[in-house]
Design a protein around this ligand. Sequence first.
Ligand SMILES: NC(=O)c1ccc[n+]([C@@H]2O[C@H](COP(=O)([O-])OP(=O)(O)OC[C@H]3O[C@@H](n4cnc5c(N)ncnc54)[C@H](O)[C@@H]3O)[C@@H](O)[C@H]2O)c1
Length: 313
Amino acid sequence: MDPRGVSTVLVVGAGAMGHSIAQVFAQAGIDVELVDLDEGKLSRAMTLIQSNLDLLAECGRVPSAQIPEIVARIRPSTNLAAAAKDTGFVLEAVNEAPEIKQRVFSQLDRFCPPDTVLASNTSSLNIFKIARIKRPERLIVAHWFAPPHIIPLVEVAPGPATLPKVIAFTTALMQRLGKRPLVLKQYVPALIVNRIQNSIARVVWEMLEKAWATPEQIDLAVKTSLGIRLPIVGVVQSVDFTGLDVAADIMRGYGAVSPVVAEKVEQGHLGAKTSKGLYDYGGRSEEEILTKRDRQYLKMLEHLERIRAFDPI
Ligand SMILES: NC(=O)c1ccc[n+]([C@@H]2O[C@H](COP(=O)([O-])OP(=O)(O)OC[C@H]3O[C@@H](n4cnc5c(N)ncnc54)[C@H](O)[C@@H]3O)[C@@H](O)[C@H]2O)c1
């Protein structure tokens, strides 16, 4: 299983995700069978792919002269059986409905060669329970983010039967596309990013339902605070700057201190101020660590202000 040998892939579902995922494969020089039930979705997909590529060219990320050959690598079709018969890798991106996914995987099981890797783009449905296929060792999650032709991350998650060589192949194939695959030890519902997004969504809906803040206020609040910090320190390292002792006090106020935080506090690892917390700063002084962080924050702030990111789209 060598991802460098992949010359054709199959993308099933040409909607919001599928069209753009197909485009990414085509940009990497790989032929794509793009299958949907709906002819209208397929022609819309090809229109969107053209406009995505035009924008990438305008921003210097794709040479304009290459656009016709990239588009020509994508073959839209409604015939799954024909499109599946010679493919080594399938990315399923049909609607988030268990019965639809189950039907598609049964068809793929019948139509694809026996060792074709079958990847699903879902994060919230447990595809390992839904898909009924004869060889579950070739089933994996490869979860992309919208818009796939821009966002680098692909979360890769194996099921209980997925073979290590299937994980390695999928990861290397995503790297060949220029993506940043992140391999989880095992599938957990919603994976990493949607778990975080879901917990944000819960409190956002509550604030809107109770009219505590307007949509514009919530977004401006997030953009002018977390929006500057998150790209630099993420959500975990951020706590090293709060201080784990302070974080423990805050958690105590809400009812319970996470054992992860309690253990660090007990060991005296309080974050940047002790040069060790959830991250290890290798003995650097607090001043050195803060200066490095703040230099990045200032660059981020300047960039966001320059592109007027605090205004709504
Ligand atoms: N939209 C997002 O931001 C996002 C992000 C990450 C993952 N996902 C996941 O990706 C998957 C696709 O999401 P989407 O937003 O692209 O959905 P979408 O509704 O835009 O597209 C789904 C497409 O699948 C097609 N389809 C349905 N049944 C089919 C079949 N049997 N054979 C072929 N095509 C079929 C539909 O006609 C439609 O064009 C879902 O599992 C979703 O949860 C979505």
